[in-house]
Design a protein around this ligand. Structure first.
Ligand code: C5P
Length: 309
């Protein structure tokens, strides 16, 4: 019997996030391009009686607050375990440990990464041998970003973001992630977008804006066209809810980023650097300007959720 299975899954940045109108099911139609970047959460799964879950690392301090990650059945990891067990017809027996490096409620899909890592770790621990299609189906039930956290790399996401297809990249791109202040709630940011569109503060969208420019830019492998193509429809509402993010974006471009945008629903700022050395310099500079709580130099694409040998 296997002692422990360890899996890890990456954070993501949306290099294009085109948001269409609100659908009847409460989700928005998306055309998004996800890029998996080199910041990982780890999930360890051991044999157990029933399910147990502990969470440690970034954003999991003992003080109660909005950054706190639940260690109970409301955690997406717990739900991933129950869903896989039900699908495979096995008992949901495992002791799970999540070690977080991806900041919580940051727009980096940290919770989705944990769920994806739990699916692959438990598939191995329980020997359920779920097919790729089955895992993707379970992932989509857990959250819109979870299928991408499984596949990783770079991918176009359509539907509510859960339908993913790979996108070619000419080379790695280098980023600095700046995490500014408290987390933002994803539903609140989508709600603010709807409000701004209804009030005429932003143009109404008949559908999500096409991702073709960013897909073409990724294929060239050059950072400059990618910088010019970066798009996030959730950035204006994120800036309305968190006006201090304007300063954070400006700090990134002032410090030499080719471009900076809010990652997903924020509040992480993703700053694109010309190359790896420039990303290291940019990270050092942004760590010193006093607007970010945490700064990380990362690159992508990287693979999706995988068992660590
Ligand atoms: O799918 P997920 O649970 O990550 O979505 C969280 C929330 O984000 C949804 O309840 C919805 O309010 C919003 N959302 C949306 N449209 C999407 C994805 C998420 O409105 N395509």
């Amino acid at each position: 019997m296997t002692d422990v299975v360890v899996a890890r899954a990456p954070a993501k940045v949306n290099v294009h996030l085109g948001v269409g109108p609100l659908r009847d099911d409460g989700f928005h139609e998306l055309h998004t391009v996800y890029l998996a970047v080199s910041l990982f959460d780890t999930v360890s799964a051991r044999p157990g009686a029933g399910l147990s879950l502990t969470v440690s690392g970034e954003g999991t301090g003992v003080a109660a607050g909005p950054g706190l990650v639940p260690g109970d059945r409301t955690n997406l990891v717990w739900r991933a375990a129950e869903l896989l067990a039900e699908h495979a017809g096995v008992a949901a027996d495992a002791a799970l440990e999540v070690a977080k490096s991806i900041p919580v409620a940051a727009g980096l899909a940290g919770g989705s990464a944990d769920a994806a890592a739990a699916l692959v770790a438990l598939d191995a621990l329980w020997g359920t041998r779920a097919s790729r299609e089955d895992l993707l189906g379970l992932a989509a039930r857990l959250g819109s970003d979870v299928p991408f956290s499984l596949v990783g790399g770079a991918a176009l996401g359509t539907g509510r973001g859960e339908q993913v297809s790979p996108v070619l990249t000419g080379s790695r791109s280098h980023w600095v992630l700046g995490i500014a202040g408290e987390g933002l709630s994803t539903p609140a940011v989508y709600g603010e977008l709807d409000r701004m569109r209804a009030a005429g503060a932003l143009p109404e969208a008949a559908g999500p804006s096409p991702a073709d420019p960013v897909i073409a830019a990724l294929r060239t492998g050059d950072a400059a066209p990618l910088a010019a193509a970066l798009t996030n429809d959730l950035q204006p509402p994120a800036l309305t809810l968190r006006p201090d993010l304007r300063r954070a974006l400006r700090a990134a471009t002032d410090a030499g980023a080719l471009a900076a945008l809010v990652s997903g629903s924020g509040p992480t700022v993703a700053a694109l650097a010309p190359d790896e050395a420039a990303a290291v310099r940019l990270a050092a500079e942004l760590a010193g300007v006093g607007v970010f709580r945490t700064v990380r130099a990362v690159s992508g694409p990287v693979p999706g959720a995988r068992v660590v040998p």
